[in-house]
Design a protein around this ligand. Structure first.
Ligand SMILES: Nc1nc2c(c(=O)[nH]1)N[C@H]1C(S)=C(S)[C@@H](COP(=O)(O)OP(=O)(O)OC[C@H]3O[C@@H](n4cnc5c(N)ncnc54)[C@H](O)[C@@H]3O)O[C@H]1N2
Ligand code: MOO
Length: 340
């Protein structure tokens, strides 16, 4: 790269975007790569603090920041992502549909460990909407040794899953079994069912059956079996999850031959959450807090199940770090530390 004075630069071609920042007014590329500098640009460049500019000289082995960013983005991106054009040397990754962002924490670490390589993402399992920016990548210098990018591409290939991917939530047929003698006998109105229905529908799925059950193991098991026969692909059993003698939901699920993944999750609220499978159908036991609190273990776990991911006990155990909800007066989840 050759450095020349801005006053001598009329007619030369910019080799990178030039950012103008006027606090509170603008932050963006004032001149784009490829722009031919005109006489009237000189005062603008000087006002942006540029007394000199670089002129491209082709040094073998070096590639431009835009090409480097595009190659890094292609190496990291899996399905469900769109890559935009480089802007100020950076390529952004945008969600191509609603879903959950899956990131390879180890893969991102490996790439960023390479000097001058930057890959910056939202957290793993972040819920995203179509059009959301979920990551950005660039290199630090204006030109970089191509071997660094080749190494990044090689590292990305060593991971079986893509470094970044947006998985859609599948339309899931959900059955709800609401336990509790107080609701079953009509002593109080069911408040759990509507909360669960709203969440399920918000995830783009559908409640195909909703049963009320007394605090009775056989009764609860019968209700679950009926919903399985009706084609439920996920079953939510609410209430009866804690320590009272009438809390029989865990016993009912365990004793019907389900494969128990966990009873208990290191998430507050939601410590008494239960996950089991009957065949491929996840059955969740949901404690009272899921009805009461805006966001709980249920919100961290159910969307992952709806992508088709089969969770292990270790997946649940890992939720401990970041598993504490701050219980803010106005919930801003997912834009907070919960579940991150
Ligand atoms: N000694 C302890 N007591 C409790 C613990 C504990 O660890 N030690 N945990 C507390 C936490 S945290 C929660 S959350 C609840 C767990 O509750 P359950 O899932 O067992 O819920 P229930 O006992 O069935 O009900 C609690 C409460 O919510 C009302 N409820 C339940 N279902 C409905 C419904 N469908 N509609 C309206 N209201 C409902 C129920 O009437 C109770 O008032 O346990 C704590 N206790
Ligand atoms: O189990 Mo509770 O459901 O932690 O809030």
């Amino acid at each position: 790269m050759e450095k020349i004075k801005v006053q001598d630069s009329v007619g030369t071609i910019l080799i990178h975007d030039m950012t103008q920042i006027i606090p509170g007014v603008v932050k963006g590329p004032r001149f784009r790569k490829g722009h031919v500098i005109k006489e009237e640009d000189i005062p603008v460049l000087l006002s942006m603090g540029k007394e000199h500019i670089f002129v491209w000289d082709q040094t073998p082995g070096l590639i431009h920041e835009n090409e480097a960013a595009q190659r890094l983005a292609r190496a990291a991106a899996g399905s469900g992502l769109l890559l935009d054009e480089p802007k100020e040397g950076k390529v952004s990754f945008t969600a191509d549909h609603d879903g959950l962002l899956y990131t390879s924490v180890d893969g991102i670490l490996a790439l960023n460990t390479l000097e001058n390589v930057i890959l910056s993402t939202l957290h793993n399992h972040y819920p995203v909407k179509k059009g959301d920016i979920v990551a950005g990548t660039r290199v630090v210098p204006l030109m970089i040794d191509e071997s660094v990018i080749i190494e990044a591409e090689r590292i990305a290939r060593t991971f079986t899953d893509p470094l970044l991917e947006v998985r859609p939530l599948k339309h899931t047929k959900v059955g709800i079994v609401t336990t509790g003698s107080e609701v079953f006998h009509g002593r109080i109105q069911d408040k759990f069912g509507p909360v669960l229905r709203a969440k399920v529908e918000n995830w783009g799925s559908e409640v195909i059956a909703h049963a009320l059950a007394n605090d009775d193991v056989d009764f609860i098991q019968r209700s679950i079996r009926e919903q399985l026969n009706q084609g439920a692909e996920m079953i939510l059993v609410s209430g009866g999850m804690s320590v009272d003698p009438d809390d029989v939901t865990p016993t009912a699920i365990k004793e019907m031959g389900a494969d128990l993944i966990t009873y208990g999750a290191p998430v507050l609220p939601g410590a008494m959450f239960l996950l089991a499978y009957i065949g491929d159908v996840p059955i969740m036991g949901l404690p009272g807090c899921v009805m009461y609190s805006k966001t709980t273990a249920f919100d961290l776990i159910a969307p992952r199940l709806m992508t088709g991911e089969r969770l292990t006990r270790m997946d649940i155990v890992k939720l401990g770090s970041g598993g504490l909800c701050l219980n803010c007066p106005v919930c801003i989840y997912p834009h907070c530390s919960f579940g991150k």
